[in-house]
Design a protein around this ligand. Structure first.
Ligand code: CTP
Length: 396
């Protein structure tokens, strides 16, 4: 995803520096060329050897280092970067950035950077909330730096509050947003549904399915990274929320219907990847549940077919459904494409290993009115990219 991209990581002296090793490793796995500049204090927390081993590139910490591999390291490293992230960014480094101070390798390089810069403050809550730090954060924002909101929680100093560095997977998402794709969905409004629905039987129990939301969230992330304005309507899942998307959390099929209905008209593309329950209990209070021979008789009724009812007012928008089948995948999916008046359906078989619920991979077949494209096993991120690549061929 990041092949050919130069990512520059700046690391300052905060305990959270250890998390940046994980981020560097994730970036390398996505084929980025990762370069690291550390301050002297950062090296008291974590050894540069860790980053050199992970990235295969020498960590530079001194403007006058004659072995940096560059004739003028701070200028060369600034210019080759496609995106820069300073994580953790100490109060001291933020103050330097705010005031144009260039007295170490990182702050000097930063004055020459023209690529997008993400600054990730991580420090004690009082230091973060100090008027000086807040003013400096405002100042660097006004220079065009993106400041990543610190998380709240237990801090290394023993206090609990705001100032924690977000986890590496969250930071990675900012870098992917900045560098992974052309913004070929820019200006497009995309609504995606994801996850299962939960249909209550009574105040304690519910009917649901095995969907973990991974495919839908991969779709939302892909669309955001490509510049779309995304609304994600999600059933209950345990996944980090996509950056920059409007997220609407719902529980039941009816709530999902209402959320989709409310946002449908302004969309250009709608992708229904949610595993919506086809049936829900007819009664949700115990008194109404019928008993037969001492056992409860579960009466079910159909939920509203969200996709079906949206396609009745399809207009010019692109409608894509998903179908998960246990048998006759192609025939059933083609029939759904027709029946629900869709532009595209993405089929996957529950019988194939590496496809379906819970896995990080999927094996999808993209079906349109006149084409069937069977794709090999790939990550859900890659599958999401394929889905939007295919949709884009219809929009041009
Ligand atoms: N879907 C929907 N509303 C429902 C059920 C499904 O919008 N109440 C959507 C799903 O999100 C998916 C597509 O319809 O995009 C196909 O879902 P699936 O459950 O496979 O199809 P059904 O129409 O429910 O048909 P069946 O259960 O008979 O296979």
């Amino acid at each position: 995803m990041l092949t050919g991209k130069h990512i520059l990581l700046g690391i300052t002296g905060g305990i959270a520096a250890y998390k940046t090793a994980n981020l560097a490793s994730m970036l390398v796995k996505l084929h980025a060329d990762v370069h690291v500049i550390m301050t002297k204090n950062a090296q008291k927390i974590i050894s540069p050897v860790v980053f050199e081993a992970l990235t295969g590139n020498k960590v530079v910490d001194d403007v006058f280092d004659r072995d940096s591999g560059y004739p003028v390291a701070h200028i060369a490293m600034a210019h080759e970067a496609d995106v820069v992230m300073i994580a953790p960014a100490s109060a001291n480094m933020i103050a330097k950035l705010a005031n144009g101070i260039a007295d170490d390798m990182l702050s000097t390089t930063m004055l020459a950077v023209t690529a997008p810069v993400y600054v990730v403050p991580a420090m004690n809550t009082y230091m973060l909330e100090h008027a000086a730090t807040q003013a400096n954060i405002e100042k660097i924002r006004s220079y065009g730096y993106h400041v990543v909101e610190p998380a709240s929680g237990y801090l290394a100093c023993g206090d609990t509050g705001k100032g924690k560095m977000p986890e590496a997977d969250v930071l990675l998402e900012y870098i992917l947003y900045a560098a992974a794709y052309e913004k070929d969905l820019s200006g497009k409004k995309v609504l995606i549904t994801a996850g299962p629905t939960k249909e209550p039987l009574d105040p304690v129990r519910f009917l649901t399915n095995h969907s973990t939301g991974k495919m839908g969230y991969a779709l939302a992330n892909n669309a955001v990274r490509r510049g779309a304005q995304v609304v994600l309507v999600t059933g209950p899942v345990r996944l980090p929320l996509p950056l920059y998307a409007q997220v609407i959390q719902v529980t039941t099929a009816q709530e999902m219907y209402e959320a989709v209905d409310a946002h449908y008209d302004e969309q250009d593309i709608v992708v229904m990847s949610a595993a919506v329950a086809d049936y829900r209990p007819k009664y949700t209070s115990e008194e109404k549940i019928k008993k037969k021979d001492g056992a409860a008789v579960l009466e079910l009724e159909r939920t509203k077919d969200i996709l079906g009812s949206m396609s009745e007012r399809k207009g010019g928008r692109f409608l894509c459904g998903f179908s998960m089948e246990t048998e006759h995948m192609l025939e059933n999916s083609k029939a759904k494409l027709e029946r629900k008046n869709l532009d595209m359906i993405v089929a996957n078989s529950l019988r194939m290993e590496g496809a379906g619920f819970g896995t990080d991979t999927n094996i999808i077949t993209i079906i349109t009115k006149d084409q069937v494209r069977e794709l090999p096993k790939m990550s859900k991120d890659e599958a999401a990219k394929e889905v939007f690549d295919q949709i884009l061929t219809f929009l041009h």
